[in-house]
Write a protein that binds this ligand. Structure first.
Ligand SMILES: [Zn+2]
Length: 192
């Protein structure tokens, strides 16, 4: 950052007294600008079709980053909402889908982008959804039809891989893991 968010003067990167890492500090008003990770919250919306087969709802991103790639509904957590509330809000904003039975599923430490990604499992009783300003297409996919090579983010890819494995087992453990940049090499296919 270059300028103070309060008074607009220039900032300098320096170690404030008593702190343990450098911060941007205003040259005029001495405001210390703390920068912390962002939290991304999303859902794995599952709809059981009339044929009894599970389908997952994916959204084709009509916004950057990763415009034109498929994602689980997800976005930045806002102030004054819980993680689950944010995940449901993002699902509505990106797909207009109504979910229930929301359960915590995955937490990813994405240290290289200064983010935490949290995904919730959720049931989607009705196959009702639509495109939105953020999604140019919204579609239910049978697991065999998931466009693995066209997914937007590593954490979306990993969450879907794990979900399908867990659904086969019938057990959905909550897992926290680190996601680093090397996962991008897996993004063109479904890992074995
Ligand atoms: Zn200032």
């Amino acid at each position: 950052m270059k300028y103070c968010s309060d008074c607009g003067s220039s900032v300098v990167l320096t170690l404030p007294e008593g702190d343990h890492r450098e911060r941007y500090v205003c040259n005029r008003c001495d405001l210390i600008h703390y920068q912390n990770p962002n939290v991304v919250v999303g859902t794995v919306p599952i709809h059981i079709g009339d044929d009894g087969l599970p389908r997952v709802l994916l959204c084709l991103r009509d916004i950057e980053p990763r415009h034109g790639y498929w994602t689980l509904p997800a976005g930045f957590l806002e102030n004054n909402e819980t993680a689950a509330e944010g995940a449901l809000r993002e699902t509505v904003e990106e797909s207009c889908a109504a979910l229930e039975d929301v359960e915590l599923y995955r937490l990813f430490n994405v240290v290289h982008t200064n983010q935490i990604h949290i995904f919730f499992r959720a049931n989607m009783p009705l196959a009702q959804y639509s495109v939105t300003p953020e999604s140019s297409e919204v579609q239910l996919f049978l697991f065999d039809d998931i466009p693995w090579g066209e997914l937007a983010f590593p954490t979306v890819h990993k969450t879907l891989v794990d979900y399908i494995t867990d659904r086969t087992k019938g057990e959905f453990d909550v897992v926290m893991m680190d996601m680093d940049h090397s996962y991008w090499q897996h993004m063109s296919s479904k890992p074995k």
